[in-house]
Design a protein. Sequence first.
Length: 341
Amino acid sequence: MYRFSFGPWNIHEGADPFGPAVRQSYDFQQKLAVYRELGFEGIQFHDDDIVPDIEQKSYAEIMKEAGAVRRRLDELGLVAEIVAPRLWESERTIDGAFTSNDAKERAYAIERSKQAVDIAREMGTNNFVLWLAREGTYIREAKNPVDSVNYIVDAMNQLLEYDSNIRILIEPKPNEPMDHAYIPTIGHTLALAYRTIDPKRVGGLIETAHCILAGLDPSDEMGYALSFDKLWSVHLNDQNGLKYDQDKSFGSDNLRRAFNQVRVLEENGYGKNGEFVGLDVKVMRTQPRDISYKHLENSKKMFLHLVDKVRTYDKEAERQFIAARDYEGLDLHVLEHLMGR
Ligand code: GLO
Ligand code: MG
């Protein structure tokens, strides 16, 4: 049995860099109702999804509001899967958070992250996600790459020291909003884990689209993390080639690539230690408001259809094709299975 999650930002108003919102917002309580209706149990949170206008509030107010959200989730039978500090929207992190050239801004990023660790504790999760959005450059000369990596390690160490239960899940992404990010792939992520004071508590969250943007295959990236026991969450979605980050519905661009992701997860027992099948999907801007969460429903449905495809796949035939080194035969075997032939 798989458990599914998504973030409240996945139900959105349709604004993009070229045009404003086209749908009225759903408020937080309405979004919680959608989780229940669609059979999702886990919520992926940013600190300010839990406490809006977080920068304007005192620590005591923030913890009080987080406590109230936690009680509401308990009532609804929902759980917080992850908490992530939204470090990329503040006026104080324009040049990056942990890698800003300004020491005051770097200190702010660490303080804000420690506060988000406290929020995670309040929400009952030890999964602390870092999507390192602005830890990179628009032009190479703007930052020192060695110092930048050291700053990220130092920030992680401070967080690991601050709370002995949290574990850090880095969500790598190669670009956007930056031209180049310092931690673009799961390989970079795991190397970083071993430079911290507690490598056991650092792992990864792999997003399909981010792997494709790096020119890599998502199922191989997942396999890499699984071989280290460090795939602690996923953001399944899809992406049509090298362009802006699309966050399409899972399986909608390339069914075979989606099949291979489900296969590597299923065959390696993903979910057996409580990991969620997380989605990070955007609905099309054209979608009417009252059906603007179909992308979530469809992505979950596709995942389950593909679990079925993995379980009914003829592995003995695969073994024979491999033994004969007949990869042309294997290719057709996979395609016909996906086509139901
Ligand atoms: C953007 C990321 C972003 C993160 C989220 C959780 O490209 O995928 O949506 O997943 O902020 O940290
Ligand atoms: Mg993501």
